[in-house]
Write a protein that binds this ligand. Structure first.
Ligand SMILES: C[S@@+](CC[C@H](N)C(=O)[O-])C[C@H]1O[C@@H](n2cnc3c(N)ncnc32)[C@H](O)[C@@H]1O
Length: 212
């Protein structure tokens, strides 16, 4: 499981980079400061990196530029194809948060942007447990994704989207498993991580979780 939204990405792949640069009005606020968000994730990464949901490779580029070894995992063939055209040197394989090949080197940081919400909260817990087994000692998880402080705040964003006629965005917020911050805190803590949060825009929060 966790791959139930793949068809969306097979179709979105060609246009994806236009969305992240703000050309799709429905997703403009979700991707506000996209570049800064990806910079922040890569600036907080240490050592060799395992990246999930690579998409079109925009975070991968930044990690490689900083000299990290990166092992990328991406379930969409269309997305992998775009990344391999952009970054022929990148090592990106088929897989997802729950099923992925053993990385070819020890992993010090696990990163992901705009992808963890494809898992249900129970699957997130399973994935986090697996991260703790995959990480080298003193490893960390650095994620950025949409999440909400309360159910009311989430419903407000759905209502705002509907009022603006942004039906794709409203459907997306209702369909996928955007978590509450308190749930993320609990899931990481119960798997032995110290966790901190930083708000990056109206939707996206940065998570830094250090394995104890
Ligand atoms: C919104 S895109 C984000 C791409 C890129 N990380 C970025 O920040 O631009 C979400 C990505 O997650 C991938 N994805 C979907 N389900 C996934 C899963 N269960 N495990 C890992 N990646 C998944 C999609 O194929 C897609 O490439």
């Amino acid at each position: 499981m966790g791959r139930e939204f793949l068809d969306i990405f097979e179709e979105w792949a060609e246009e994806y980079d236009n969305s992240v640069t703000g050309q799709d009005p429905q997703y403009k606020e979700v991707f506000r400061d996209y570049d800064i968000i990806l910079d922040e994730v890569s600036a907080n990464s240490i050592g060799s990196v395992l990246e999930f949901g690579v998409g079109t490779g925009n975070l991968t580029v930044k990690l490689l530029e900083r000299g990290h070894h990166v092992f990328g995992v991406e379930p969409s063939a269309a997305m992998r194809e775009i990344t391999s055209e952009k970054l022929p040197e990148a090592d990106v394989v088929d897989g997802d948060f729950l099923h992925y090949p053993n990385p070819p080197f020890p992993i010090h940081t696990i990163v992901s942007t705009y992808a963890f919400h494809h898992l249900t909260d129970a699957e997130k817990n399973q994935a986090i447990r697996k991260f703790s087994e995959t990480l080298a000692p003193n490893g960390k998880v650095v994620f950025a994704d949409t999440m909400f402080e309360t159910e009311i705040a989430k419903q407000q964003k759905i209502d705002e989207a509907l009022a603006l006629g942004f039906h794709d965005l409203a459907d997306d917020l209702k369909r996928e498993y955007y978590p509450l911050i308190g749930t993320m805190e609990e899931l990481f803590k119960q798997n032995n991580f110290d966790i901190s949060f930083k708000q990056m825009n109206d939707f996206v929060w940065l998570i830094i979780a250090n394995y104890k």
